[in-house]
Ligand binder design. Structure first.
Ligand SMILES: [Fe+2]
Length: 227
């Protein structure tokens, strides 16, 4: 009884364990894996699966316990899931004449807000790391045909009002000209949407989010959401 009550209050003995991502087309596996590496994840394992494609195991943060937390798995969407997504596209005439109106509404919502539906957020320990990662991904999209047209970056500059943060934003090679802001203070967000991954009701794309919180401000984005 007491153990249940304690767990329901939020136990400090739990960490976020793993996340299982999928690529939709078998030929996208290695590019999706390289995307996660460019994002800063460390490739730990890769081996072929009997159902097709390669199974990858990534470490997000080598500083965590190593007992099953801080992991991202990446594998091919299983055949039945791929068939289901295809059937949904056919039934709703996605991208064709006579498309079901629910499709455009969903896509419009996602187009306006990268956090509209399922997405994955990762917290970075330095703003420079976020800026370097965005630059690396943009370079990849320009220079590597495998990434051409596969990435879409959306940035949220820190809300204005703190001189030191405002000055850092103005000096940023990535955020200086950005006019969007997060739903909270003292933080930035950088979203990279990619159709290399399959997720959500229409089978993708997936948004990966990079976050950075400026230290010394207890009322930051992840402490208090402000709409
Ligand atoms: Fe988010």
């Amino acid at each position: 009884m007491s153990a249940v009550a304690t767990a329901n209050q939020g136990s400090a003995d739990i960490s976020l364990g793993h996340l299982a991502l999928h690529y939709g087309r078998l030929e996208d596996g290695e590019t999706a894996a390289r995307f996660l590496e460019a994002f800063g994840l460390r490739r730990e394992q890769a081996f072929p699966l009997p159902t097709g494609g390669t199974f990858y195991h990534f470490i997000v943060d080598p500083a965590v316990s190593g007992l099953g937390d801080g992991i991202v798995y990446l594998s091919a969407s299983p055949p039945a899931q791929r068939a289901l997504v295809e059937a949904i596209h056919e039934a709703l005439k996605v991208g064709q004449e006579g498309e079901h109106p629910a499709v455009a509404a969903f896509q419009q919502g996602q187009g306006q807000d990268p956090e509209y539906t399922f997405h994955v957020g990762m917290l970075f320990r330095s703003l420079e790391q976020v800026e370097d990662t965005i630059a690396r991904l943009r370079d990849l999209e320009k220079s590597d045909p495998a990434f051409a047209g596969r990435l879409k970056v959306t940035l949220n500059r820190a809300q204005p009002g703190v001189a030191e943060i405002d000055a850092r934003m103005d000096a940023s090679p990535v955020f200086a000209d950005v006019t969007r802001h997060p739903y909270g203070r003292h933080a930035i967000q950088a979203f990279v949407e990619s159709d290399l991954f399959t997720a959500g009701p229409l089978g993708g794309p997936l948004v990966l989010e990079m976050d950075y919180v400026f230290p010394g401000h207890p009322d930051h984005l992840f402490a208090k959401v402000v709409l």
